[in-house]
Design a protein around this ligand. Structure first.
Ligand code: NAD
Length: 362
């Protein structure tokens, strides 16, 4: 395969996928808008390694607004991960951002990919398209999203299907289930719980803590996505990417507390609108069509994430002039925060505006 266009390359999943594709010997063009949904500094950290690779061309730009001419030149396949994540934040006035970054951006990219005649378009969909079913979720179920976020992801998934059926684009939509691991977004539950445990703060739990998520380790999600680039699948396929072993939030907390040897203090808060009570994905179709198998169990993956969060704290601390760091008392190290002296930006972020075609930075 020639060049892969990877959108959302600086994000949690995108940066891992980029590194994996480079390891496979592929050249990639990565595009990201470095949105401020969470600290752009974290995104620059995510791509520190990628930005040094000769196999990677980085482009800063907004898929919903910028002229996409040229972005797909020489591209064989697209993986579209760019989007606005997060269920609770999607209610109310934020919704136009979800429409813009999840729906408009996808439609514009689909047009560009169809015009360029790419061989495969892989779209990152979500388990949030499902309704409140108390059974293993299978792709044939009628989607009934409970949140504006889920609705926007489903709208984009439907568009991907339309381009497959009517415009001859070879597409695969992957419904990711609660991805976790190093570089996880700071709004996600495991990240928040680890930070709270390290700070000896109470852990905010929405509802009774019995809601269950089918947490899937990021390297397994990357492997499924990578396989979807070349697998022989019916066009327009929609596949769950899940471990199929849901865990209740209170059990997740118990594992993290054990790993960190900290007694958790749970602070119950009212349930948040839009959250699915239980997600359990059936990934039989992905197993068969992608020849994919998730290999990382929950505890092993959480340990990797804990190590990453500890290392970030340590790095932030060592970069502060005169800071005394006791490597053995990680829990006492304060969290890195925006504006603290940090690592220099790995790439310079330049906003490409208006009608300007997207430009590479290097
Ligand atoms: P992320 O926020 O870390 O990464 C998304 C990236 O897209 C960000 O770096 C952001 O700057 C970029 N972006 C947003 N809008 C853009 C635009 N208009 N143009 C260019 N770049 C833009 O999120 P993530 O957790 O890595 O998720 C990646 C994808 O997977 C998203 O589409 C998300 O909906 C989907 N997904 C994630 C999960 C999960 O558990 N993390 C679960 C289901 C689906």
């Amino acid at each position: 395969m020639g060049c892969v266009l990877l959108t959302g390359i600086a994000g949690f999943i995108g940066s891992h996928l980029g590194e994996s594709l480079v390891r496979e010997g592929l050249s990639i063009r990565g595009v990201d808008a470095f949105t401020d949904t969470y600290a752009p500094r974290q995104k620059r950290e995510n791509i520190a390694t990628l930005s040094r690779s000769v196999m990677v061309e980085l482009v800063t730009g907004d898929l919903a607004r910028d002229d996409l001419r040229g972005l797909l030149d020489g591209v064989d396949a697209v993986v579209h991960l760019a989007g606005e994540p997060g269920v609770p934040a999607s209610w109310g006035r934020a919704f136009p951002t979800y429409v813009e970054r999840n729906v408009i951006a996808t439609q514009r990219l689909l047009e560009a990919a169809t015009a360029a005649g790419v061989n495969r378009f892989v779209y990152a969909s979500s388990s949030s398209v499902y309704g409140p079913d108390d059974r293993p979720l299978v792709e044939s179920m009628v989607p009934r999203p409970l949140s504006p976020y889920g609705a926007s992801k489903l709208a984009a998934e439907v568009l991907v299907g339309a381009y497959a059926q009517q415009r001859g684009l070879s597409t695969v939509s992957l419904r990711y289930f609660s991805v976790f691991g190093p570089r996880q977004r700071p709004d996600m539950a495991p990240y928040r719980f680890i930070e709270a445990l390290l700070d000896r703060r109470p852990l905010p739990v929405y509802g009774d803590g019995r809601q269950a998520r089918d947490f899937t380790f990021v390297a397994d999600v990357v492997a499924a996505t990578s396989a979807a680039l070349t697998a022989s699948v019916p066009t327009g396929s929609v596949l769950n990417v899940a471990r199929g072993e849901p865990v209740e939030v209170r059990d997740l907390i118990a594992i993290l507390a054990e790993e960190l040897d900290v007694e958790p203090r749970i602070e119950h808060r009212p349930p948040r609108a839009g959250e699915i009570p239980r997600t359990e994905g059936c990934a039989e179709a992905a197993r068969n069509l992608l020849r994919w198998e998730p290999v990382t169990d929950l505890r092993a993956g959480l340990r990797r994430q804990v190590e990453w969060q500890l290392r970030r704290r340590l790095d932030a601390e060592t970069l502060l002039p005169g800071a005394a760091v006791d490597a053995l008392s990680y829990a006492a190290v304060p969290a890195p925060h925006a504006g603290a002296p940090g690592q220099p930006a790995a790439v310079e972020v330049v906003r490409v505006g208006g009608d300007e075609p997207l430009r590479g930075l290097r």
